[in-house]
Design a protein around this ligand. Structure first.
Ligand SMILES: *[C@@H]1O[C@H](CO)[C@@H](O)[C@H](O)[C@H]1NC(C)=O
Length: 112
């Protein structure tokens, strides 16, 4: 009984401290929500790019095409997300991001 209570307490604490992740080996990625407006995407780019290296989607980079803010914001948001250890509590793009379970990489554009 005490063990059960401790387990529940631990889960509760994990939940509130935000450290509860999906599973140890389940990798997750972050992408821009398809319904996000241009403004939100630009804001996310401006937020993430001074922190992470956004060169991969500059002209000539492997992720430049398609050349639109939906694609570029998704990559920048994911780089930020991965740099923070893929924790849900660090997932701070308002309502304009999605955590996905499938690798969004395409062609030579590899999502970290
Ligand atoms: C990429 O998109 C931006 C913004 O729409 C545009 O200004 C730029 O000319 C585009 N570059 C190329 C090479 O298409």
């Amino acid at each position: 009984m005490a063990k059960l209570i401790l387990t529940l307490l631990f889960l509760l604490l994990s939940y509130f401290s935000g450290s509860l992740t999906l599973g140890d080996d389940q990798k997750t990625w972050c992408v821009a929500k398809p319904s996000s407006d241009e403004n939100a995407l630009e804001q996310n780019l401006n937020f993430a790019c001074p922190i992470v290296n956004c060169n991969i989607f500059n002209e000539g980079g492997p992720c430049f095409l398609p050349n639109n803010s939906m694609n570029h914001a998704s990559i920048a948001m994911n780089l930020y997300y991965q740099s923070k250890g893929s924790q849900f509590w660090d997932y701070s793009f308002g309502n304009s991001g999605l955590v996905v379970l499938t690798d969004p990489s395409y062609g030579s554009c590899i999502y970290e």
